[in-house]
Design a binder for this molecule. Structure first.
Ligand SMILES: *[C@@H]1O[C@H](CO)[C@@H](O)[C@H](O)[C@H]1NC(C)=O
Ligand SMILES: *[C@@H]1O[C@H](CO)[C@@H](O)[C@H](O)[C@H]1NC(C)=O
Ligand SMILES: *[C@@H]1O[C@H](CO)[C@@H](O)[C@H](O)[C@H]1NC(C)=O
Ligand SMILES: *[C@@H]1O[C@H](CO)[C@@H](O)[C@H](O)[C@H]1NC(C)=O
Length: 783
């Protein structure tokens, strides 16, 4: 802990200094009193004392700064609240019927003077009175299926009234019924069905106000009993038409002024809504107006479409009506509907509405146990309000709503009101904060201008060179003048007065290069993003070519000229430099056969010489061409051979230089040519090089290279001898092989012959050609 305190202190001091510095900054840039006081935390001093710590009149609002400015010269408006109306809350213990007006919210009217950005805190007290009057209008679906519900409601009518009267003595009950638009396809419009849509049914109708609000419950019972059931055709009913009429027909229904208004909407079916009317050809949207005739019947159902959910919600809020949906069918549908309609609630009726009294009581208590403050501010309002309340607890909560309200409960709401802007018209702004019929009106005035702007004003002030008014201690220049003493003119670039001479660049005719104006000896450039320099002489636009990047992204703009990064050149650094034009390891740009343009070689193209290649190192067209062009001259001049005779040889333009060998120095870049000298049968080499002066330098190898003479006869004899020798050898081998083979075959024959042991005169395979057969029968005959 002990270590923590110095550290915390240091941090706090640092924070305080930092925030002071930033406040100082945001204040000091304000040049006018009204701008200054519209900045939270700043004050204006019209006449700073000698030795003031800052030259600005707008300074942060801190206590020690007051020492350099007399109080009468300080403009530092504060918020102000005036109570216009604050009638006391109604006494809970007294019967409110004796009270002329019931007051549950105090105060009722405040006049606020707000400085922009400075929050004003106000407190509002709400106390729930006993016996707050209640108007309850029972709106019932009387289509055929609701017959038993109707009978039950008639039975329970007096009980409902009694129960409500137990909650509030000033209770009024009304009754209305609805079926649907009497149009195809919602109702059957056949003649007999129009008279009697179902057995025992009355003709169909849209909505009828059967009983305006009345304090006699017996009338309710009688009216409910007497209301005839009717019928329609499709399943959904026209309840929204009825709901709209019941809400907007204030007089016919008999809604009182200071009262809690409740409509119980009871049905067992779905509802038609905006758009469904088109089925019957109705295109006009619901006009949210009352159209009941003198009998309380809605007859204009055929002119206007059903209202939308949004319209119902809007009107329910405007008329401050709580709708209780008491339904015996489609609970999910009505539950979500009640979520879309502000301050409505929802409960499920038994099939025959036997629980209607409990349901209404329960929903009533739910509605009245909650209080909510709301205001009519919008997103564009110049004022914001934030609410908080302890409600019944001890902790402040950011809410505009408190539950658990009972008779006599009192809650306090804290409102933080802030002006977030100064309306241009400067008129007061009205805000309504309300709950039920209780309202708090806030009249907001905006403190956006300084008093000294009217009281402390000297026109044609000498302090302002007679070219402005001295207002709140500073010059407010007349049109055409500027500067803190209105000493500078804003007009005329070409009008040379003494002041502007300092704004003219030597050698230029115009002040500020005609790209700005001269303000008290210094140039103020027209578009500082592009134009700068002491005389606005630098224009960054000159550093880019068309829509390209500044200096093509390869350099920086220095007063309208590109400074290129290494490797780039050109006006807009758009070119790579000549390092790309040099063959690796060579000094010459483009091999000496071209010039480097924007990182690319442009090769020499002249005189039948066409260099090509990335570095102009190649000359396809000239390689053979020149070699053979120079061949004859080289041959005759140097070797005295070839096709040219002496006379022609003298005409040769070239002078080849003989060398002993072609070294690298000669070969570098030069073209090497090799030809056979047909006269000698030898070869000769020479080089040529295209020179910058358009001439050729030619070197020729002094000696021809002759192939050594080969021994032709020897080769021929050798060849013949070799062929004969190979032939003889082949014959010899063949003879040898056949002899060996013959010998083997003979030996085998001899061997076989020796093995043959048969008789030479009795060939075992031999059979004599004659045979003797004996006839046994003949032999017997002969005996
Ligand atoms: C009205 O209140 C009294 C006393 O609190 C009670 O006896 C009576 O039953 C209540 N009546 C109804 C209809 O709730
Ligand atoms: C709010 O209500 C007040 C008082 O009824 C009214 O004068 C003012 O115009 C309303 N403001 C808006 C934005 O509707
Ligand atoms: C200021 O001076 C101009 C001309 O000198 C004159 O026309 C104008 O009326 C003067 N204004 C006041 C308020 O004196
Ligand atoms: C002459 O040129 C040929 C090929 O062009 C080369 O093979 C030969 O070595 C050269 N002779 C000399 C002496 O440079």
């Amino acid at each position: 802990m002990k270590a923590g305190i110095p550290l915390g202190m240091a941090l706090w001091v640092f924070w305080a200094l930092a925030s002071l510095a930033s406040a100082q900054e945001s204040c000091s840039v304000k040049e006018q009193c009204s701008d200054c006081i519209q900045t939270p935390g700043c004050l204006w001093c019209s006449k700073p004392k000698e030795g003031s710590p800052t030259s600005s009149h707008c300074v942060p609002d801190t206590s020690q700064l007051q020492s350099f400015c007399d109080a009468q010269h300080i403009e530092n408006p504060q918020n102000d609240v005036k109570v216009v109306q604050n009638d006391p809350l109604s006494d809970v213990s007294k019967d409110v019927r004796q009270t002329v007006r019931i007051i549950q919210l105090a105060p009722q009217r405040l006049r606020l003077k707000l400085r922009k950005g400075k929050t004003q805190h106000i407190s509002v007290t709400y106390r729930q009175v006993k016996d707050y009057p209640v108007d309850l209008y029972y709106l019932m679906d009387l289509s055929n299926s609701m017959l038993d519900d109707k009978e039950n409601l008639a039975k329970l009518g007096s009980k409902l009234a009694d129960t409500m009267r137990n909650l509030t003595t000033q209770f009024k009950l009304g009754f209305g019924s609805f079926v649907d638009k009497v149009l195809m396809p919602f109702a059957d419009t056949a003649e007999e069905k129009l008279q009697r849509p179902c057995s025992g049914c009355a003709p169909p109708y849209s909505y009828r106000n059967d009983l305006p609000l009345d304090s006699d419950p017996s009338k309710f019972t009688a009216k409910v009993l007497g209301a005839p059931i009717s019928g329609n055709m499709d399943a959904p009913e026209g309840g929204f038409d009825a709901l709209m009429q019941a809400m907007v027909c204030k007089e016919q229904i008999g809604w009182r002024d200071t009262v809690r208004r409740i409509i119980v909407f009871s049905t067992d079916a779905k509802f038609h809504h905006a758009g469904d009317g088109r089925l019957a050809g109705i295109v006009q949207p619901n006009d949210e107006q009352c159209h009941l005739d003198k009998d309380g019947v809605y007859n204009d159902f055929d002119k206007y479409d059903y209202p939308s959910v949004a319209q119902i919600n809007k009107i329910a809020q405007r008329e401050e009506i709580n709708v209780i949906f008491a339904v015996s069918g489609y609970p999910d549908l009505y539950e979500s509907l009640s979520k879309m309609i502000e301050a409505s609630s929802f409960g499920v009726l038994d099939a025959n509405s036997a629980n209607v009294v409990e349901l209404v009581k329960e929903q009533y208590e739910r509605i009245t146990s909650k209080i909510k403050l709301s205001d009519n501010l919008t997103d564009t309002s110049p004022v914001t309000i934030s609410y908080s309340s302890k409600c019944h607890g001890t902790q402040d909560v950011a809410t505009s709503e408190c539950g658990n309200m009972k008779e006599g409960s009192e809650v306090v709401f804290d409102l933080d009101v802030t002006a977030i802007e100064c309306p241009a018209d400067g008129k007061p702004f009205f805000i309504e904060v309300k709950t039920l019929q209780d309202k708090l009106i806030l009249e907001v005035e905006f403190d956006c201008s300084c008093g000294c702007e009217t009281t402390d004003r000297v026109d044609n002030s000498t302090s302002c060179h007679l070219q402005g008014a001295l207002v709140c201690g500073v010059c407010s220049c007349y049109p055409g003048f500027r500067g803190d003493r209105c000493q500078c003119s804003t007009s005329g670039f070409h009008e040379l007065n003494e002041d502007e001479s300092q704004c003219i660049m030597p050698g230029d005719a115009y002040a500020c290069s005609n790209q700005g104006y001269c303000s008290c000896g210094a140039c103020v450039c027209d578009s500082p993003d592009f134009v700068n320099g002491k005389y606005c002489q630098c224009n960054r636009r000159l550093c880019s070519n068309g829509n390209d990047k500044e200096c093509s992204g390869h350099g920086t703009c220095d007063c309208g000229k590109c400074k290129c990064k290494p490797g780039y050149e050109g006006q807009f650094c758009e070119c790579e430099d000549d390092s790309k034009c040099r063959e690796l390891g060579k000094q010459e740009v483009c091999s000496g056969h071209g010039e480097c343009k924007c990182g690319k070689c442009r090769c020499t193209q002249s005189d039948n010489v066409h260099y090509s290649g990335q570095y102009c190192e190649d000359c396809q067209s000239c390689s053979t061409g020149k070699c053979s062009k120079f061949r004859d001259c080289v041959q005759c001049q140097h070797f005295g051979t070839g096709v040219l005779d002496k006379e022609e040889c003298n005409k040769c333009e070239i002078k080849p230089q003989p060398v002993d060998f072609l070294d690298d120095k000669i070969l570098n870049n030069a073209r090497l040519c090799t030809f056979e000298d047909t006269d000698t049968g030898c070869y000769f080499n020479f080089t040529y090089l295209y020179m910058d002066n358009g001439k050729y330098s030619i070197y020729v190898l002094r000696e021809q290279q002759c192939p050594e003479a080969a021994p032709v006869l020897g080769i021929v004899f050798g060849l013949v001898a070799a062929i004969v020798a190979i032939g003889l050898l082949t014959l010899l081998i063949w003879k040898l092989l056949t002899t060996i083979h013959d010998r083997r075959e003979y030996a085998k024959f001899e061997d076989e012959r020796r093995k043959a042991q048969w008789n030479t005169d009795g060939n075992p395979l031999y059979r004599p050609a004659t045979n003797t057969f004996k006839n046994p029968a003949f032999a017997q005959q002969a005996q």
